[in-house]
Design a protein around this ligand. Structure first.
Ligand SMILES: [Zn+2]
Length: 74
């Protein structure tokens, strides 16, 4: 499932270890590419990423729980 050009859900229900926070668990496995701020620097996409980390990176930690409830990123 493709959320946008930088966020994809590779697996909906699988066991994995998040490369960002290191938490292990079963859930949605994300593929995430950071926003490219510097034109010459193309960041490597990260995966697997957990749902929480994707939301945090993409939307910020301030409204994290609210946004996760809304499910705007799957
Ligand atoms: Zn994580």
């Amino acid at each position: 499932m493709v959320i946008n050009e930088r966020i994809k859900i590779i697996n909906d229900k699988t066991f994995f270890e998040c490369v960002m926070c290191g938490s292990k668990g079963k859930g949605k496995m994300y593929w995430y590419k950071f926003v490219q701020y510097v034109p010459d620097y193309n960041p490597e996409p990260l995966h697997p990423m957990c749902r929480k980390c994707v939301y945090k990176e993409e939307l910020g930690s301030k409204l994290l729980s609210k946004k996760m409830k809304e499910g705007s990123l799957g």
